[in-house]
Write a new protein. Structure first.
Length: 325
């Protein structure tokens, strides 16, 4: 097709990551179908696109089949915050597994390329640091996080089985912690929690002592990585880590948010959550070598942009998707 516009489906397209991906693809001139069931997302994230002639919004749940004609599929649909995916763990597992089956079936029928948004959670609480794609993980299959961790692992299995058995053209990216404008203020992620609490002058609540580490990737960098993977060579299926290798403790993040917001919030501690990974840092050597990709936005700059967006919010337009936050 060369540089001709493509018909692209983005499942979970009204979510935090999905909405930024839809922005980029619409601006590139592609015909974009955004599919979402609005469990943890809302229309406001894509309302600025509704008047664009090459954008379409469809309310649908990926656990049910849908018949569309497309050239590419980005499969992002799934609750991503622990409180939300644990709210209905069986539905979370269904979203990962049945969603993958339904989207892979569409890709097989349409001969479309399909990208799976997998997660660093497939590594569990890692015994290898940083985590390369060759590491098979240290995951508790019966713990409270397993519905998400194992659901995403099963989805990866399905992708590679469809590739081997049916020659479906797949891509798998393992996404590490990502942040930026349009995060749902009640999504339960650590960045949005800390910013919302700091701007309100509330105590910043850490689960555990704050020594656990995470690596935070700004959303623009993440979208760059996903698009590069979709447009990359067909012999590179992944999985490939997409994340920022800068490693910070949760306490360092809290202190930086307080500094950048000018808040007088205090840092408090709560009991650690079960199976919470103690360390998280991607090895992105494969992404550098095969995609020419690496993140460019440092944490301080990305947080400044994210805080500015949070300051502009009317929180009355948002509600917590589940009672867990």
């Amino acid at each position: 097709m060369g540089n001709a516009p493509k018909r692209i489906l983005v499942t979970g397209g009204a979510g935090f990551l999905g909405s930024h991906l839809c922005d980029r693809l619409v601006d590139q001139g592609h015909d974009v179908i955004c599919l979402d069931n609005f469990f943890t997302s809302q229309k406001s994230t894509v309302e600025h696109l509704l008047g664009r002639p090459n954008f379409e919004l469809v309310r649908h749940d990926v656990t049910h089949p849908i018949w569309l004609e497309v050239d590419e599929i980005y499969n992002l649909a799934c609750p991503a915050a622990p409180g939300h995916y644990q709210f209905n763990p069986i539905k979370t597992m269904k979203t990962s597994v049945l969603g993958a089956i339904n989207m892979l079936g569409m890709a097989k029928r349409c001969r479309a390329k399909i990208l799976q948004a997998s997660t660093s959670e497939v590594y569990g609480d890692p015994e290898v640091h940083p985590q390369p794609e060759s590491y098979v993980g240290h995951v508790n299959p019966i713990g409270p996080r397993a519905c998400y961790d194992e659901g995403k692992r099963a989805a990866e299995t399905l992708f590679f089985d469809y590739h081997r058995s049916n020659r479906v053209n797949i891509r798998v990216v393992r996404i590490f912690n990502t942040y930026g404008p349009r995060m749902h203020p009640y999504d339960g992620r650590v960045v949005s929690n800390f910013i919302r609490q700091a701007l309100a002058g509330q105590d910043i609540a850490m689960f555990g002592d704050g020594t656990q580490t995470r690596s935070f990737c700004y959303v623009d960098d993440l979208v760059d990585g996903m698009i590069r993977m979709m447009n990359g060579p067909d012999d590179f299926t992944g999985p490939v880590n997409i994340g920022n290798p800068g490693e910070f403790t949760i306490r360092q993040l809290a202190e930086l948010v307080i500094e950048l917001t000018g808040s007088r919030s205090r840092i408090t501690t709560r009991p650690p959550t079960p199976d919470d990974p103690s360390r998280r840092k991607p090895d992105i050597g494969l992404a550098r070598a095969r995609l020419g990709w690496e993140p460019r936005v440092p944490l301080r700059e990305g947080l400044q942009r994210t805080i500015a967006w949070f300051r502009s919010l009317d929180l009355s337009r948002y509600r917590a998707p589940t009672p867990n936050y």
